[in-house]
Design a protein around this ligand. Structure first.
Ligand code: DQA
Length: 142
């Protein structure tokens, strides 16, 4: 079974983007880590990134249509703004796990509200790239 790992805006710049907050690993590094863990768990990993909100909505629909086991969603800043993502998560039955590298609750007030978290099955945040691994483990247990 496949787990979709959907990444939103600016996450293509991981590794060089504010490394004191997000670390030095690139999204490719995270993809490789997830693929290895996926092999151990018997799960295929389909990792994607877009800077465009609608792509994330389309991919949530695709995960549903393809019968994905789960979606790990790091929606980046859209986490805090996107009613469209909230509605998309509510519209599908595939379980969505919210993921963040940083801990948004320990940061600026505008990051404390999460439209994704209000609709997601659960949230893993604050563990850097390991947030994704922990979320994949959680997906395997669903
Ligand atoms: C983030 C946290 C968001 O607040 C921020 O806008 C990001 C990255 C994280 O993974 O820590 O782009 O989702």
């Amino acid at each position: 079974q496949t787990v979709f790992v959907l990444n939103g805006p600016n996450l293509n710049l991981l590794g060089m983007r504010e490394p004191h907050i997000y670390g030095h690993d690139t999204l490719d590094d995270i993809a490789a880590m997830l693929e290895d863990r996926g092999v151990e768990l018997g799960l295929a990993v389909d990792l994607r990134q877009s800077n465009h909100e609608g792509h994330l909505v389309d991919w949530l629909h695709e995960a549903q249509a393809e019968g994905a086991k789960a979606v790990l969603l790091n929606a980046g800043a859209f986490t805090h703004t996107s009613v469209a993502l909230y509605d998309a998560i509510k519209a599908v039955t595939v379980p969505v796990i919210e993921v963040h590298l940083s801990n948004p609750h320990a940061r600026e007030a505008f990051r404390h509200k999460s439209y994704v978290g209000m609709a997601a099955r659960g949230t893993i945040a604050g563990f850097g790239p390991a947030s994704y691994l922990l979320a994949l483990d959680a997906a395997a247990k669903l």
